[in-house]
Design a protein around this ligand. Structure first.
Ligand SMILES: NC(=O)c1ccc[n+]([C@@H]2O[C@H](COP(=O)([O-])OP(=O)(O)OC[C@H]3O[C@@H](n4cnc5c(N)ncnc54)[C@H](OP(=O)(O)O)[C@@H]3O)[C@@H](O)[C@H]2O)c1
Length: 352
């Protein structure tokens, strides 16, 4: 069978990881790359051996590209995703889906019109450890899930090419960078409680990098509540060191605790553990494969290729990726107003 030919748009810090993951995935081939600056055009040409285009539209005009993988700054997601879908390509789009709800809706509408697949890169859904947690929840192993606590403390974000990640007009806001994963994961673990009903958020600054981005918070906490009384707490601090993520899910009968620690988020040698307790001590659970975003990226690309080739289902829908953006934007609104934001009007999916 012919290999699935990928066109990769964006060859920055994470785009390079995508390039390697595509090249390492059986049945997949990196055929073309689009990059913006002279430096990344030259790096893509020498490091990948793929055809390199400066304008993503030239990549889309190539007859050598079957699917498109988009790894560019957040504010460019809509334009490039819509053009890629409308060119008839299945699309893997990095998170966040986009920086506004209207923009997410336009991407979803392009996917609907084109009939092409759209997978948004919420890689926690592909993690052996977090999938195992969800399977235990689904099997009733915790009883009714009632409370999810997700706590990340880490070193400050990478600036991003041309400093886009520290510019609110281009990043959207910082909750769209990392908490967007946790809003999605919490909603995934609390699936049996339905859609979130409200979000309340607080944040402030510790200034680890200096005060040149005063509109953004280094410390951020959100409470997402559900109509049946379940709730999730999502907390992040960038005023720290290394990368330390702790996720706990408490049910009516038992709890789960997942820990992931490494010097860097992209470590291939993290320390990690998954434990459960029904109140009589903590029991270690074996995890089938090492968790971590580099591993999950490979799983994500393999699953996307399998979905394109064999029609296999994907673990996250575009509407769920949109919901994670809604939660980020409404949490940001709560930060600004100081009040909880009801979600009844915001959550319904595009077209509903
Ligand atoms: N799922 C995850 O865990 C995860 C992790 C990291 C990042 N991300 C997401 O991935 C995206 C990229 O992040 P990053 O860290 O890789 O940022 P980055 O290092 O700044 O890379 C962005 C790349 O996009 C390129 N670019 C900008 N405009 C372009 C255009 N019009 N056509 C083609 N390429 C263009 C830039 O080119 P130049 O280098 O030439 O300027 C740069 O190489 C963001 O949406 C981010 O949120 C997701």
């Amino acid at each position: 069978m012919r290999k699935l030919r990928f066109g990769l748009i964006g060859y920055g810090a994470w785009g390079k990881c995508h390039a390697r993951a595509i090249q390492e995935t059986a049945g997949c081939e990196l055929r073309a790359v689009s990059a913006a600056s002279d430096t990344s055009v030259a790096a893509a040409a020498s490091e990948t051996g793929a055809a390199v285009f400066r304008d993503f539209r030239e990549l889309l005009n190539s007859s050598e590209v079957d699917v498109v993988d988009i790894v560019v700054p957040n504010f460019l997601h809509e334009e490039i995703a819509c053009a890629s879908l409308e060119s008839g390509r299945h699309v893997l789009l990095e998170k966040p889906m986009s920086t506004s709800i209207a923009s997410c809706d336009r991407i979803i509408e392009s996917a609907r019109r084109s009939g092409c697949l759209l997978l948004v890169g919420h890689e926690m859904r592909f993690s052996a450890m977090y999938r195992q947690m969800r399977e235990i929840i689904d099997s009733g192993g915790l009883g009714r899930p009632r409370y999810v606590l997700i706590d990340l403390w880490r070193r400050p974000y990478r600036l991003g090419s041309d400093g886009w990640r520290f510019d609110s007009r281009r990043v959207g806001n910082w909750t769209l960078e990392e908490p967007v994963h946790f809003f999605d994961a919490a909603a995934w673990f609390l699936d049996s409680s339905g859609e979130p009903a409200a979000v309340y958020a607080r944040g402030n600054r510790s200034d680890p990098l200096g005060a040149y981005h005063p509109e953004m918070n280094d410390n951020f906490t959100a409470v997402v509540s559900y109509r049946d009384g379940a709730y999730a707490v999502i907390s992040q601090s960038l005023a720290a060191v290394e990368h330390h993520l702790s996720i706990k899910v408490f049910g009516s009968g038992a709890m789960l605790r997942a820990e992931w620690h490494a010097e860097l988020d992209r470590s291939e040698r993290p320390s990690y553990s998954l434990q459960t307790s029904d109140g009589s001590g903590l029991k270690d659970l074996e995890v089938a494969a090492t968790p971590g975003e580099l591993f999950e990226l490979r799983e994500e690309i393999a699953a996307f290729a399998d979905a394109v080739r064999n029609g296999r289902g994907l673990p996250i829908t575009p509407e769920e990726a949109r919901r994670a953006v809604v939660l980020c934007l409404e949490a940001q609104r709560s930060l600004t107003t100081g009040a909880a934001v009801p979600l009844t009007a915001a959550i319904p999916t595009a077209g509903s």
